[in-house]
Ligand binder design. Structure first.
Ligand SMILES: C[S@@+](CC[C@H](N)C(=O)[O-])C[C@H]1O[C@@H](n2cnc3c(N)ncnc32)[C@H](O)[C@@H]1O
Length: 220
């Protein structure tokens, strides 16, 4: 069954997956949530000019796109993304992030390329943005690199409890550089505790509209 397109409160669109009764982004604002959580509370906090990022759950590519739109502030960004259930471009296109974000022709082409490039290969999609997508399951993924920033964007803990565990967070902790940041939209008590048990120092931050708090976890 294909996901259904929904318009969220900030006017940007997302997908709804009826089988699991879950949206890809917040219904209070898809772009607003991604900007607030992953870009403002994650990317912009790092005090580095050369950054390696891992995203758990590439989905529509919105986080990758918003990160790319910040890329000229950095020397280089290497972005690795894991996705078990890739979406087709002709579906993603219907979300019209290109229109909502007022993308230029070149930026729209790059967003499209993010979806059409081959999996498992490192591709330089712009002068300072390198993308590698991996079609794999987070449950048994083995990390081969270290990261400064981890976008943890799985479906919610009540939908995918097996991904928000101490065991998974420990695996991520071991794949992070010192002072690396894991950022996620859930501030559930159990998620916080599992991150702490995995070794992270956990901060609770104000969430975007519709969400009281989010989590930033740091490898000290
Ligand atoms: C909340 S959505 C992420 C949205 C995405 N970051 C975006 O901006 O569109 C969760 C994503 O995780 C993917 N996913 C779910 N379980 C997974 C698993 N075990 N391994 C890898 N990806 C998974 C889903 O297919 C979905 O694309």
């Amino acid at each position: 069954m294909e996901p259904e397109r929904k318009t969220t409160a900030d006017g940007s669109a997302t997908f709804y997956v009826p089988e699991i009764n879950e949206h890809y982004h917040s219904t209070y604002g898809a772009v607003q949530e991604s900007m607030h959580v992953f870009i403002k509370a994650g990317l912009r906090v790092l005090m580095k000019k050369t950054i390696s990022i891992f995203e758990m759950g590439f989905g529509t590519g919105l986080n990758a796109l918003l990160t790319y739109l910040e890329a000229d502030k950095y020397n280089s960004i290497e972005f690795h993304a894991l996705e078990l259930f890739p979406l087709k471009w002709n579906l993603i296109e219907t979300l019209n992030y290109q229109g909502y974000l007022n993308l230029t022709k070149e930026q729209t082409m790059i967003f499209r390329n993010m979806h059409s490039i081959p999996w498992e290969e490192k591709i330089q999609i712009s002068s300072n943005f390198l993308l590698k997508k991996m079609k794999a399951d987070m449950n048994n993924h083995v990390f081969h690199s270290k990261y400064d920033l981890f976008y943890f964007d799985a479906f919610a803990p009540n939908v995918q409890p097996e991904l928000w565990t101490e065991e998974i967070f420990k695996k991520i902790f071991n794949a992070m550089n010192v002072h690396g940041i894991l950022i996620t939209y859930s501030a559930k008590g159990e998620v916080r505790r599992n991150l702490q048990k995995a070794g992270f120092e956990v901060q609770r931050l104000p969430g975007p509209p519709g969400k009281r708090e989010i989590i930033r976890a740091i490898k000290q």
